[in-house]
Design a protein around this ligand. Structure first.
Ligand SMILES: CC(C)(COP(=O)(O)OP(=O)(O)OC[C@H]1O[C@@H](n2cnc3c(N)ncnc32)[C@H](O)[C@@H]1OP(=O)(O)O)[C@@H](O)C(=O)NCCC(=O)NCCS
Length: 204
């Protein structure tokens, strides 16, 4: 199995990707923003998508979208073909697309809206935090993408303040994610205490 940044040569998979996304949404009975093969192809051509292939068989996909003039990035349309589920493939795809987004758009906040537990888990592992919609992009084109979701009436009724999806955000400027720095003096003191403890143990 290879999980790679997609390019123009993968456009032949655009149709099956759209079909798999639509079929999975129908099975789950949840809402989904519909995508066209042309849209998926554009993502591939621009190097803004990740595809998983088992030989020449389509196994999974996810793409990057830019919102609010590049202030925000979303990793959208995550799909794993039913034949390849439950083996950690979505996790690999999410990691790859997240790393690619952070490299290509380092200053952008990364966000996600989802109703799925699997995606919530993966986002949490990557450092996303749940937030109200007010923390996400206010780019109307992003929210217009929800028009094809069957829950769109909820979003409009609440003036786009809330809906059935949970908003999640990775903020690169969030200092709480940085590893805690210990002063050298304190570190050496702790090291000394630890060594003394081991010495005492050995003597016993
Ligand atoms: C959701 C989906 C992408 C998961 O793909 P997958 O390759 O089976 O997922 P993984 O094996 O990588 O699992 C990743 C994590 O999600 C969990 N998970 C997977 N499917 C799950 C499910 N249906 N319900 C709850 N948790 C699930 C796994 O246990 C794992 O968590 P862990 O690391 O704590 O063990 C896949 O089922 C799918 O394509 N579904 C339809 C489309 C969809 O729902 N996309 C998300 C749109 S927001």
């Amino acid at each position: 199995m290879e999980v790679i940044i997609a390019n123009e040569s993968h456009s032949k998979y655009a149709e099956i990707i759209c079909e798999t996304i639509a079929e999975s949404a129908a099975v789950r009975g949840t809402g989904i923003a519909r995508r066209t093969p042309e849209y998926i192809t554009k993502k591939m051509v621009n190097g803004n998508a990740v595809i998983a292939l088992d030989g020449d068989k389509f196994a999974g996909f996810c793409y990057i979208e830019l919102w609010g003039h590049g202030k925000f990035v979303a990793n959208s349309g995550l799909i794993v073909h039913p034949d390849y589920r439950g083996a950690g493939l979505a996790k690999k795809i999410k990691h790859k697309v997240f790393k690619h987004s952070r490299t290509k758009f380092p200053d952008a906040k990364v966000f996600s809206i989802t109703t799925g537990l699997a995606v919530m888990k993966m986002n949490t592992d990557l450092g996303y935090k749940p937030v109200p919609f007010s923390e996400l992009t206010d780019d109307p084109t992003f929210w217009d993408g929800c028009q094809t979701c069957k829950n769109y009436d909820v979003l409009t009724r609440t003036n786009r303040k809330m809906c059935l999806c949970t908003g999640m955000l990775y903020d690169p400027n969030d200092k709480s994610k940085e590893p805690i720095k210990i002063k050298e003096k304190v570190f050496n003191r702790l090291k000394q205490i630890k060594e003394t403890m081991f010495l005492k143990k050995d003597k016993k």
